[in-house]
Design a protein around this ligand. Structure first.
Ligand SMILES: [Zn+2]
Length: 186
C-alpha cells in the first residue's frame, strides 16, 4: 500500500504541517532554493513558509536558472554567510525599493554546494544574519554555531526590512519545535 500524502502540504499524513501555517502579508518577496535532500525532511521549515507567506517561491533543485531565481525590477539579495557578505542590520534598505530575498534551504554542506554551483549567486549583494538568541531550532537539529532554520532566517529579515507582523508564525513555529522535540526525545 502506498503512503498517503496530504494534498495541501504534500507531506505524509502523519507529518502534515498545515496546522502550523498562518497568513503572513509580507511585502518583500522571498525565494527559497531548497536542496532536494530537504524535501522529505520532517524537520524542514520551508514548507511552513510556503503555506504561510503571501509572496514566496519555493524552488527545489541543486542547479538553478538565473532567470528563475532573480526577479526583474527587484533588488535581489542573497542571504548567505559568504566572504563578502555584510550583516543584515548594516545594510540600508529603501522604502522605495522592492526586494527579493533569496535563501538557501539545506544543511551547511548542501547550501555551500548550491552557492558554489550557481555562480550568479555570488554576483548579487549578500547578507548574513547574526542571531543573538540561541536558535530554538537547535533543540531538534544540530546546527553550526550561530546557525538557525530557514524559517527563523526569513522571519529575521522580514521583521527587520518589512515590519511584517510575524507573531502568529513565530508562535506556530514554537509549536512545531515542541511537537518535533517530543518525537526526537523519545
Ligand atoms: Zn498538510
Amino acid at each position: 500500500m502506498s503512503r498517503e500524502y496530504c494534498p495541501k502540504c504534500e507531506k505524509a499524513l502523519g507529518g502534515c504541517i498545515c496546522k502550523y501555517a498562518t497568513e503572513v502579508a509580507n511585502d518583500s518577496f522571498i525565494t527559497i532554493l531548497r536542496h532536494p535532500s530537504e524535501i522529505k525532511n520532517i524537520k524542514g521549515t520551508a514548507g511552513i513558509l510556503k503555506l504561510s507567506l503571501q509572496r514566496i517561491r519555493l524552488i527545489d533543485s541543486e542547479i538553478f536558472e538565473k532567470d528563475d531565481v532573480l526577479l526583474k525590477d527587484f533588488e535581489n539579495i542573497l542571504i548567505y554567510p559568504s566572504e563578502s557578505s555584510c550583516e543584515l542590520t548594516q545594510m540600508n534598505f529603501s522604502k522605495n525599493k522592492s526586494y527579493n530575498f533569496i535563501f538557501i534551504d539545506g544543511t551547511w554542506k548542501k547550501a555551500f554546494k548550491i552557492f558554489q554551483l550557481n555562480s550568479f549567486l555570488s554576483e548579487i549583494p549578500c547578507i548574513h544574519l547574526e542571531l543573538e538568541r540561541v536558535s530554538s531550532y537547535s533543540k531538534i537539529r544540530k546546527q553550526r554555531e550561530g546557525g538557525f532554520s530557514t524559517l527563523e532566517a526569513v522571519t529575521e529579515v522580514l521583521s527587520f526590512v518589512d515590519n511584517t507582523p510575524l507573531e502568529n508564525l513565530e508562535n506556530n513555529f514554537k509549536s512545531f519545535i515542541n511537537d518535533l522535540s517530543k518525537f526526537t526525545d523519545s
